[in-house]
Design a protein around this ligand. Structure first.
Ligand SMILES: Nc1ncnc2c1ncn2[C@@H]1O[C@H](COP(=O)(O)OP(=O)(O)OP(=O)(O)O)[C@@H](O)[C@H]1O
Ligand SMILES: [Mg+2]
Length: 273
């Protein structure tokens, strides 16, 4: 199967300014949960907007589902890519939850009868079926994000980008959205996720991690392959997952700890053996 997303040697500058992205290459396979981490201003959101086709004028190539994106196929290719942004209040376009979910479907000229069934299904998927006639103002931040996700799911995407989608939510909202993402992946095992996150523990538990530093990919690989570059990551002012720090401390005490432990769950499993 083709990679869902492949980026080759992508460089981009806003206006005539210096490059915000420098020779970025990366790829994401179907079903993969990839995370993109990096300091504020490292270019993560810029990259996501370029993938979504929201900005043009870049050097390099972006392939979606094996096809290089160009002006002609941009709309059809990006219709299979959904994005959920950080601020729940900036995502609503409809006057009710149902209208909001319908927005993308209306733009793709889906028939009214089919639309109703899709809205019902995705609202159930995100647990918002009882809120279809509610106005956005009456919802919590977490509920608004769930509606945004329903709008994305209605389009039956193959790739969903979360650009710090849980950053503004309280712990309960964060947990709900994380559980929802897992549910989405179970329902559709080929669905690829690109989560842009400052949550290092989320990166530690993902399939593939990309580290962006001043517009360039500093490291890419499995969490183990990335987080073994301990000093370089600390120098880039990035956090280190708790389990990786813990394993390092245990090794310094002379304990033999496997190299590939990056999550607390894996560490607990090892220590309980
Ligand atoms: N519309 C714009 N016009 C000009 N410069 C921009 C624009 N948007 C972002 N930038 C600049 O591009 C650089 C990368 O910004 P970007 O938002 O992509 O970073 P980020 O990694 O998403 O940061 P954060 O973690 O804070 O969300 C920053 O220096 C930012 O100031
Ligand atoms: Mg950003």
């Amino acid at each position: 199967m083709n990679p869902v997303l492949q980026i080759e040697d992508l460089s981009f500058a806003y206006l005539d300014d210096k490059n915000v992205l420098n020779h970025v290459s990366l790829s994401i396979e179907p079903g993969q949960y990839a995370t993109l981490i990096g300091h504020n201003g490292s270019g993560k959101s810029t990259l996501s907007k370029l993938i979504m086709g929201l900005m043009s004028g870049y050097d390099g190539k972006i392939f979606l589902f094996g096809e290089e994106v160009n002006r002609k196929n941009l709309r059809s290719l990006t219709s299979k890519v959904g994005i959920v942004f950080q601020n729940p209040d900036n995502q609503f376009v409809g006057s009710t939850v149902a209208d909001d979910i319908a927005f993308g479907l209306e733009n793709s000229c889906v028939k009214r009868e089919e639309m109703e069934a899709i809205i019902q299904e995705v609202a159930c998927d995100v647990g918002m079926e009882k809120f279809l006639s509610h106005e956005p103002a009456s919802l919590s931040g977490g509920q608004k994000q769930r509606v945004a996700i329903a709008g994305v799911l209605a389009m039956n995407p193959s790739l969903v980008i979360f650009d710090e989608a849980t950053a503004m939510l309280d712990p309960r909202g964060k947990k709900e959205i994380r559980a929802l993402i897992q549910k989405m992946r179970t329902k559709n095992p080929d669905l690829a996720i690109l989560s842009i996150t400052h949550d290092i523990e989320e990166a530690a538990a993902s399939d593939r991690v990309f580290v962006l530093e001043k517009g360039s990919i500093l490291f890419a690989g499995s969490p183990h392959e990335v987080f073994c570059h301990y000093e370089e990551l600390v120098n880039a002012r990035l956090d280190i997952p708790f389990a990786v720090k813990m394993c390092r401390a245990l090794r310094n005490q002379g304990m033999h700890v496997p190299e590939n432990i990056t999550t607390v769950e894996a560490l607990e499993e090892f220590l309980c053996q």
